[in-house]
Design a protein around this ligand. Sequence first.
Ligand SMILES: [Zn+2]
Ligand SMILES: [Zn+2]
Length: 240
Amino acid sequence: MLLKRYLNDHLLDILFPPRCFVCSSRLPANVKDERLCYFCSGRVEKVGLFCPWCGYRSRENSNCCCGKMKAHPLLGLFWYRGLWKKSILRLKYYRQPQLSGELGKMLGRFLLSLPVYQEAPAHLVTFVPLHHWKEKSRGYNQSFLLAREAAAVLNLPLLETMIRKWPTEAQATLNRRERRENIHKAFSLKKGSPVEGKTLLVIDDVVTTGATMEEVSHLLLQAGAARFLGAAVAVQGWSN
Ligand SMILES: [Zn+2]
Ligand SMILES: [Zn+2]
């Protein structure tokens, strides 16, 4: 009996030993929480509230000097560099959607730990959409996958609320002004989205200049959302 229970508990770990989701190194058999090895967890520097417009960073409140954070508070889990930049690139461009599992859960757990989230938790989770051509060619929308994992941790419904109307040029090659123009009016609300009076948590994979998050926050607030909160797995700091 004891042997049977032991096998039930440990068989999966024996057959498929747990590995670090970032570097694939072996982990102790009974790992429960984050599947991160000692090396990779030593490279976690969590960000918190971050304003891509003025560079302000905090875990507590959104009173940045440029004032933009009041309307569109943004939360970042990691800086977009090193190990985490590579993970995002693998998730997005190297067909490794399975990375969204741990990254999305980490984002959800991080949000729960932040006072700014605890004070005004979201009613529902949504995500930045891809244009359907791009989603078809990639096979998935990484922001949807991340949002699905985070929503499960936060115990909130996940809803598709927006449509990307045209395939915008890749933001990476553009400067700040060009990005704003590129993304302006690129989204529309999906018919019947129940956003009115709700606090919405919008999830994206990476925030660089914040132009996309600003655009979707205008759209959702105009549609009657009570409050917008943006969150990304990685944010581009000013020094990288
Ligand atoms: Zn590792
Ligand atoms: Zn600011």
